[in-house]
Design a protein around this ligand. Structure first.
Ligand SMILES: NC(=O)c1ccc[n+]([C@@H]2O[C@H](COP(=O)([O-])OP(=O)(O)OC[C@H]3O[C@@H](n4cnc5c(N)ncnc54)[C@H](O)[C@@H]3O)[C@@H](O)[C@H]2O)c1
Length: 255
């Protein structure tokens, strides 16, 4: 099994893509730290894994809070003695709100979870990964990291920023055994929605209009179709891939 002896930490593990990453890591022999801000589904997932003989530990965190990010990385080392794979996957949407209408609270919340969160986790993990001989980081980005037409401003900026974080880490730490890559999914069948019940109507309509005629943009992948690429990038099969920004979008980006 490709993850035998390895320890993986996944954020946003209670739902959607994160849950699939956890399940694929467990199926391939990893021990997993599964983290989320919502307790119920996270504990249910970990209980199910343990019932089936797998080894997972739940840590409830808000990834945007530095002390929480440090605590989840600490838990990997205190529980399993190492951390080989870090999947920064937790994310939230932004109601499709264009810049002029973005309340500062929405901006701070979306940037906090989608960009500051991965930064904090990487900052805590990298020195300890280097000390143990290396590690692999995979960030769940988005088609919105590659274009302006897939979401509102805060989400788009957060995912563009996450690409910068991915490349910067790949550049600065690649020669110390750290690989850092990102996947950019198109639509995926998960609970993320648009980030609430009341989207910005003008922003939503503009995004939807831009997608007309791009057939591939209408495809919604299963979480497994995204997680399988993330676990590939995390694995030794991708040992020569560092700093890659990989669209997993059914061809949306090719249109
Ligand atoms: N679903 C899509 O269409 C799509 C497309 C492109 C990218 N993505 C990205 O995929 C990633 C996973 O999202 P998903 O689609 O599986 O959504 P999801 O809502 O099903 O799962 C996201 C998980 O993140 C958790 N989370 C949210 N805020 C958190 C916080 N502050 N701290 C810790 N955990 C937190 C949620 O509780 C949830 O369990 C996100 O980064 C998202 O931006 C999703």
């Amino acid at each position: 099994m490709r993850f035998s002896g390895k320890v993986a930490l996944v954020t946003g593990a209670g739902s959607g893509i994160g849950k699939s990453i956890v399940q694929q890591c467990i199926a391939d022999g990893a021990r997993v730290i599964a983290t989320d801000i919502v307790e119920g589904p996270l504990h249910a997932l970990v209980a199910e894994i343990r019932d089936q003989g797998g080894d997972a530990t739940a840590v409830v965190v808000n990834v945007a809070v530095a002390a929480d990010a440090e605590r989840m990385i600490d838990t990997a080392f205190s529980t399993y003695g190492r951390l080989d794979i870090l999947c920064n996957n937790a994310g939230i949407m932004d109601l499709m709100t264009p810049a002029a209408d973005v309340p500062l609270e929405l901006w701070d919340r979306v940037l906090g979870v989608n960009l500051t969160g991965p930064f904090l986790a990487c900052r805590a993990a990298i020195p300890r990964m280097i000390a143990q001989g290396g590690g692999s980081i995979v960030n769940t980005d988005s088609e919105a990291g590659l274009r302006g037409s897939a979401a509102g401003t805060a989400y788009t900026v957060s995912k563009h920023g996450l690409i910068g974080l991915t490349r910067s880490i790949a550049f600065h730490y690649g020669d110390q055994g750290i690989r850092c890559n990102a996947v950019c999914p198109g639509g995926v069948q998960t609970a993320i929605g648009i980030g609430g019940n009341t989207p910005n109507q003008a922003g939503l309509e503009r995004v939807m209009t831009s997608l007309h005629g791009i057939k591939a943009a209408g495809y919604t992948a299963t979480p497994d179709e995204i997680a399988s690429v993330i676990t590939f990038l995390a694995s030794d099969a991708a040992s020569n891939i560092n700093g890659a920004i990989l669209p997993v979008d059914h061809g949306w980006g090719a249109a």
